[in-house]
Design a protein around this ligand. Structure first.
Ligand SMILES: [Fe+2]
Ligand SMILES: [Fe+2]
Length: 344
């Protein structure tokens, strides 16, 4: 903020005897200088205002507490209001079109372009956005509907961010497939929600590792940071929605829903095994399963155990700023803690 209040340079002649001696010419120069300085100061103020706005939006997306005190029952109308408002009120209004992609050194550029993730990342966001939007259209509650619309809109924005990044660094992409709406909107939403729970957990750790190891320039990591936090908000929203939804189903539909969730998990595990073998769900050769074993590609020597610890710590850190009364994503961290007992 100091630039906002910095004393302007003096142009009254007293500070510049040459200006007095030169008569009209010096006065004209001084006036021109003063105009230039004014423009410079205005630009500095505008930059500071813009930077402060960005910092505030960034902080706001990471911290949120419902002002109404007291306990909240999971599945209650207050719970629905709380997790919907969490997503709506922590939205960061950044515009992908104005992101300045930092210039990379030839080395860093080669590292970024050679990562085997860009096709699958763009396509995942494309599929996520149509799945969330399709499910949103089935929802009648206006607050939940607007939260879901925002979630779908953010997925579409992730795809734009990625396309801008790919364009800025000249990364070649495979031709994109179509993104048809799912036949079963609820299935599509559950697949997106739970797959984000898996992928984000590992992405949190990988991202922290890339940041620590300096594998990517800090400016690039910072530029991408809001997207990662957004996925954190999405899974927080999703697990609360899932708990709220389950509690509000009539008793006879709950076993069917549990079965559907189990089928979603089976599908996601099968899909990840396929991707790990280089084959996607449609039998087409695909990129490596990056979020789950990307540490080698990022050139870091963390042991699998240390990697799991980092994912767990990052998961806690990214969730820490939101209302404690909201449920946290638990399944993947629990599985990771279990796996941690067997790996070094
Ligand atoms: Fe996304
Ligand atoms: Fe997401």
């Amino acid at each position: 903020m100091s630039e906002l209040y910095a004393a302007p340079p003096r142009h009254d002649g007293a500070a510049n005897p040459d200006a007095r001696r030169g008569g009209v010419t010096a006065a004209t120069v001084a006036a021109a200088n003063s105009a230039e300085d004014a423009v410079e100061r205005a630009t500095a103020v505008a930059d500071t205002v813009a930077r402060t706005a960005i910092e505030q939006a960034d902080r706001a997306m990471r911290h949120w507490t419902d002002p109404t005190p007291g306990p909240v029952r999971i599945g209650s109308p207050q719970h629905l209001r709380m997790f919907s408002n969490m997503l709506l009120q922590t939205h960061n209004p950044y515009k992908p079109a104005v992101i300045e992609w930092p210039k990379l050194s030839p080395d860093a550029l080669a590292r970024v372009t050679s990562l085997p993730i860009w096709d699958i990342a763009v396509q995942t966001e494309g599929r996520a956005s149509i799945r969330v939007k399709t499910f949103a259209e089935t929802v009648t509650d206006p607050l939940l509907r607007s939260a879901l619309d925002m979630d779908g809109g953010e997925e579409a924005r992730h795809k734009v961010v990625l396309s801008k990044l790919v364009e800025a660094y000249g990364i070649p992409l495979a031709p994109e497939p179509d993104y048809p709406p799912p036949d079963d909107p609820e299935w599509g939403w559950l697949v997106t929600g739970y797959s984000e729970c898996i992928d984000s957990f590992f992405a949190f750790g990988l991202f922290a590792m890339a940041k620590r190891s300096g594998y990517f320039p800090a400016e690039l990591v910072e530029t991408f940071e809001p997207v990662i936090q957004e996925e954190g908000r999405h899974i927080l929203f999703f697990v609360n929605w899932a708990a709220w939804y389950r509690r509000n189903l009539p008793w006879w539909r709950r076993p069917l829903f549990a079965l559907k969730v189990a089928r979603v998990w089976a599908f996601l595990i099968w899909e990840r095994i396929g991707i790990a073998r280089g084959i996607d769900a449609d039998g087409v050769a695909q990129d490596a399963n990056f979020t789950m074993n990307g540490s080698e590609a990022l050139g870091d020597s963390l042991s699998p155990g240390a990697m799991i610890d980092l994912c767990l710590a990052e998961n806690d850190r990214r969730m820490a700023g939101y209302d404690e009364r909201l449920l946290r994503p638990e399944t993947v961290p629990r599985l990771a803690r279990f796996a941690r007992r067997f790996v070094k």
